[in-house]
Design a protein around this ligand. Structure first.
Ligand code: GLA
Ligand code: ZN
Length: 684
């Protein structure tokens, strides 16, 4: 039975709907503010993210604060039954701040300081910037703590892992290293294997993160930037938490990006939120894109133990990203909005509410166009989402029951993209690999938690660990114990190769005891060009009902069985006959090892067999047509199945029971046709 969680803010137990709202851009024409209120009622919006880039309107000169306009907006929202997801303004700094205190601007690797401009580019160490943020955040919190419109704190905007090479950051980095290496420079030198190319450090002061060749150092720099960003966030959150302890605090993650370790960050926020910008109709394969976004939604849900997250930003129609910037086709807006809810979001929010008249994002999709009225397709489709969400109160707080865990780990990704890339080249493809292993579950309507190496494995029936190249402390033991206790796991090529410092394990791969658990020794691997492939031949009686042959691409490893059973072998190249898929009985469980990057058809058949053998729960007990996704959320009072057709064509389904559609309240026919990009929310 999936768990039920409290609403994001229990004072409003409904799905939040709204968007980034910048009334400060329209201060010269306050009649626009009244029009905003009329329109947000029409669009079914109830939660507006206010003040994200408003610092220069809130504090036009140092120490001179102007809250009048925000008071008016907060009151107007409350008068119209809507709420504020109230932002702190640190995402972009006013010019006076950069001019008076140049240290707030980041420094490039060559020592030059960045000019004022852009956004998301402040030094995360600068005591002045921290102090200025603390002051304005405290003012915001003390002014609006009692305001009925205050619902959630939106701290800053899209913190990122960009470098700042200023002396303040370097000093903080060295301090962080001293803690990590217990003040022992020799320990650090060993971890970095720094005698290679004579890079041994003889004093802490000489350490600077500019040498991409010292992989351990660069990994630590990435870790430091995450730690320092979290520390910065905590500084920002401190006055908010002190003055408004009951208001949840979040900051919008960019889960698709690899620059910050969001797993570490998630521990610091009350609720996870993220900004989702799929490239619909751009890649030639909306189904693959839908699976990619589903995986990202699942990370956001998994990051706080299954607790519903917030879709903080999405675009009503045209994005700034993408090659040709396709508008969403009719139906896609409701579909992609409900996809987030299906995977655990309790909100659908946009960038942006109203198009700005000038600057970077004046053409970016918005609920309200420059035309200024509600008679646009974009507005109508947003209003349709508003009506749909209003019918989903029962889903708020519902959890997802996942028996499968996919391990996608940020630190491992950093290591793969630095250390392993030197030899694996373009074939690293870590995120694509994770997606390929996720896709069969998405196709089958089986829920997946996407976890990192720090998470518990105990609750899962199947753990999928593609390319766990770098083992973080404790993961190998945890995986071994999980299998021993009866769990099933799959690990692939390029796993358990290095430790947390990117130092290679000695004594054979997979290292750290996993060689015994999986019963294999991986001697070497070969990399391939895109036009090359190696045949994989299934062994007879492989127990998976897989027959014939498949293809492996990009990378294949030469593996020696050490007590395992060989289920498939490579049938090409110089290592023909060596194992491609093995299984080892370890304790009460099963440890599968995949030695080459197998094509989708192989993974589909392999995971189908696992779903069957482990009797994994599916959202709905029917075969789903290609491109149709089913995801379930529920609690002890009900189960809600989101049926989503990502095809630009109708899809026919035969249902297994009698359902009603929550979106219409009507009964659903047993023989059902989902419209192109059609969505339904079934309830028994
Ligand atoms: C990001 C930012 C927004 C906006 C959107 C759209 O997610 O947070 O301010 O720039 O992208 O491009
Ligand atoms: Zn700095």
């Amino acid at each position: 039975m999936p768990k039920r969680f409290p609403a994001i803010n229990p004072k409003f137990p409904h799905v939040l709907h709204g968007g980034d709202y910048n009334p400060d851009q329209w201060a010269r024409t306050p009649e626009v503010w009244d029009e905003d209120m009329r329109l947000l009622k029409l669009a079914g919006c109830n939660a507006m993210s206010v003040g994200i880039f408003a610092w220069s309107s809130l504090e036009p000169a140092e120490g001179q604060f102007e809250f009048g306009w925000l008071d008016t907006i907060m009151d107007k929202l409350a008068d119209h039954g809507a709420f504020a997801v109230l932002a702190t303004p640190s995402g972009s700094k006013p010019a006076w701040l950069s001019r008076t205190y140049p240290e707030v601007c980041r420094v490039n690797a060559d020592g030059t300081r960045q000019a004022h401009g852009g956004r998301h580019n402040h030094c995360r160490t600068s005591p002045v910037y921290r102090e200025k943020c603390r002051i304005i955040n405290r003012k915001l919190a003390s002014r609006y703590r009692e305001h009925s419109a205050l619902l959630v704190w939106h701290v800053s905007n899209e913190y990122n892992g960009g470098d700042c090479h200023c002396e303040l950051c370097y000093a903080a980095f060295r301090k962080w290293l001293k803690v990590r290496y217990n003040n022992d420079l020799d320990r650090l030198n060993h971890a970095y294997w720094s005698s290679f190319w004579s890079h041994t450090f003889t004093d802490w002061q000489s350490i600077q993160p500019t040498d991409r060749g010292i992989h351990g150092l660069m990994l630590d720099w990435e870790r430091f930037k995450t730690a320092q960003t979290i520390d910065f966030f905590q500084t920002e959150a401190e006055p908010l938490r002190e003055l408004t302890p009951e208001i949840p605090v979040t900051t919008n993650f960019m889960t698709g990006s690899s620059t910050l370790d969001y797993w570490a960050f998630a521990r610091a926020v009350d609720v996870v939120s993220w900004d989702s910008y799929p490239a619909w109709h751009e890649t030639g394969d909306d189904t693959l894109e839908a699976a990619r976004i589903a995986l990202l939604h699942d990370i956001n849900r998994s990051m706080k133990g299954g607790r519903p997250f917030m879709l903080m930003e999405s675009v009503p129609s045209i994005p700034t990203r993408g090659r040709v910037k396709k508008r969403k086709r009719p139906g896609m807006h409701l579909l992609s909005s409900l996809q987030a809810v299906a995977h655990g979001s309790d909100t659908v929010q946009y960038f942006q509410w109203r198009k700005s008249r000038g600057c970077m994002e004046k053409f970016h999709g918005a609920v309200v166009d420059h035309a200024g009225h509600e008679h646009t397709r974009e507005f109508r489709e947003v209003a349709e989402v508003g009506r749909a969400l209003a019918r989903l109160d029962r889903v708020v707080g519902c959890g997802v029951d996942a028996e499968v865990a996919l391990v996608l780990d940020w630190e491992n990704e950093w290591a793969l993209n630095s250390g392993a890339r030197v030899y694996l080249g373009d074939n690293v493809k870590y995120r694509q690999d994770c997606l390929a292993h996720y896709r069969p579950f998405w196709n089958a309507g089986v829920s997946v938690d996407v976890i990192d190496q720090t998470c518990d494995l105990g609750a899962y029936r199947l753990v999928v660990a593609p390319m766990v190249y770098m083992l973080r402390p404790g993961f190998a033991d945890k995986l071994a114990q999980y299998i021993e206790a009866g769990g099933t796991a799959l690990m692939t090529y390029w796993s358990a190769v290095v430790d947390q410092s990117d130092l290679c394990f000695l004594g054979g791969v997979p290292g750290n005891g996993l060689r015994q658990v999986f019963g294999v020794w991986e001697e070497e691997s070969q990399s391939y060009f895109p036009h090359e492939s190696v045949e994989v031949a299934m062994a007879d009686n492989n127990g998976l009902e897989m027959r014939g042959s498949y293809k492996a691409v990009d990378t294949c490893s030469v593996v020696h069985p050490e007590g395992c059973k060989v289920l498939a072998t490579f049938a090409g190249d110089y290592f023909a006959g060596s194992p491609a898929l093995t299984v080892n009985r370890h304790g009460k469980g099963k440890a599968y090892y995949l030695a080459g990057r197998a094509e989708d058809a192989f993974l589909e058949a392999f995971y189908r067999a696992q779903i069957k053998q482990l009797s994994l729960t599916r959202a709905i007990g029917i075969e789903l047509p290609e491109g149709v996704s089913a995801q379930a959320r529920g609690d002890d009072t009900g189960q809600y199945v989101f049926l989503m057709n990502f095809n630009d064509a109708p899809a026919k389904l035969e249902l297994d029971a009698a359902y009603t559609d929550l979106l219409t309240g009507g009964k659903v026919a047993a023989s059902l046709t989902l419209a192109p990009y059609g969505t339904m929310v079934l309830s028994k």
